[in-house]
Design a protein around this ligand. Structure first.
Ligand SMILES: Nc1ncnc2c1ncn2[C@@H]1O[C@H](COP(=O)(O)OP(=O)(O)O)[C@@H](O)[C@H]1O
Ligand SMILES: [Mg+2]
Length: 342
């Protein structure tokens, strides 16, 4: 049974101006997140990602549709029941949202005090959490004395205080430099593996999804336009928004600008062949082209690795009679992905 399940969820906000039309932030979204996975949600600013997480932890109510978290109905239940639900869900944010007037220790202790835990419980839990995130020596520091990465580690410790089953991370690394991002992503991976916590990662950065998530949903205009295993979406994105995101991190696919340069420099038809592990070998492409008497030149390419599975793209310039090229490309299309760029 999924841990988080959304069925035909829609959320619209009232029009910004009188007589305007309502803002549909989430448009008929269905989604299942399994226990123990790291699920990525990627989309540009305004796609509806933050609204989606706010619906999951019931900070917003749905306009229509159904949300179930850990077997518990989220939609249309009394507030008293939601407080219990929120103990099951921790959340971290882009701007960390720490209490600046509280020490690191007191930031992490805060949710435990709210939950009415005993002093001994709080002592034990906070020191365990600070140990886990590697900040035991910063317990009496204030947030302003910490680096961005350290602040987010406090945020993570605080989010985990009540031992939630789910951690929602909304752009949790977007304010961090690449090195600190890497360190925080490593910590999130440990949260998932060592504590078994299911993580939903909301981001506009595709490399975050690539290095962390097992599955991904691509959002655009409030809708999920594509979802699946990270390897599948990265190696063979189907929809235009997914293709744009994938092109920001995947090696071997020329951008439109690069295609224009390739076209200027090379005569012939420019075709990209995409391979995934398990596909027939790249050699067969060269053999088939040579066998059909087509001249070819390798002009662009790259190999990618996602958790030990490889995929890659090779772009060739082909010169030969059009019908011969068409027929050999058609034959290849039954085995591998072939895309004519120009
Ligand atoms: N409380 C709100 N009131 C009105 N419109 C909102 C509200 N929250 C979000 N929106 C609108 O919903 C859309 C999606 O916003 P959001 O979920 O924040 O996207 P993202 O997190 O992907 O950037 C945007 O058009 C935004 O302006
Ligand atoms: Mg957002």
């Amino acid at each position: 049974m999924p841990l988080i399940s959304l069925r035909n969820v829609t959320k619209s906000f009232p029009p910004a101006r009188r007589g305007g039309s309502p803002v549909v932030a989430i448009d008929n979204v269905s989604l299942d997140i399994e226990p123990g996975e790291i699920y990525g949600v990627i989309g540009y600013s305004g796609a509806g990602k933050s609204t989606l997480v706010r619906l999951i932890n019931a900070l917003e109510t749905t306009t229509s549709g159904e949300i179930v978290v850990d077997g518990q109905q989220v939609t249309g239940v009394p507030d008293r029941q939601l407080r219990k639900l929120r103990l099951d869900i921790g959340m971290i944010f882009q701007q960390f949202n720490l209490f600046n007037a509280k020490t690191v220790w007191n930031n992490v202790a805060y949710p435990l005090r709210i939950a009415g835990r005993s002093r001994e419980d709080i002592e034990a839990r906070v020191s365990e959490l600070l140990e886990f995130v590697g900040l035991s020596d910063k317990a009496s520091n204030y947030p302003e004395q910490l680096s961005g990465g350290q602040k987010q580690r406090v945020g993570i410790a605080r989010a985990l205080a009540t031992s939630p089953k789910i951690l929602l991370a909304d752009e949790a690394t977007s304010a961090l430099d690449p090195e600190t991002t890497h360190e925080v992503l490593g910590l999130l991976r440990r949260v998932n593996r060592e504590l078994g916590i299911t993580i939903v990662v909301i981001t506009h950065e595709m490399d975050v999804v690539q290095s962390l998530a097992t599955r991904v949903a691509v959002m655009d205009g409030g809708r999920i336009v594509e979802q699946g295993d990270v390897f599948d979406v990265f190696s063979n994105p189907q929809q235009a928004p997914s293709q744009r995101f994938v092109s920001t991190v995947v090696r071997g696919v020329p951008s439109p600008d690069e295609v224009a340069v390739l076209q200027e420099r090379h005569s012939g038809r420019i075709v990209t062949f995409s391979f995934r592990d398990g596909d027939s070998s790249q050699a067969s492409v060269f053999l088939d082209l040579a066998g059909a008497g087509i001249e070819f030149e390798l002009i662009y390419g790259g190999i990618n690795d996602i958790r030990g599975r490889a995929f890659g793209h090779l772009t060739l310039a082909l010169v030969g009679p059009a019908p011969a090229i068409d027929s050999v490309l058609d034959a290849m299309r039954t085995r591998i992905n072939v895309k004519e760029l120009a």
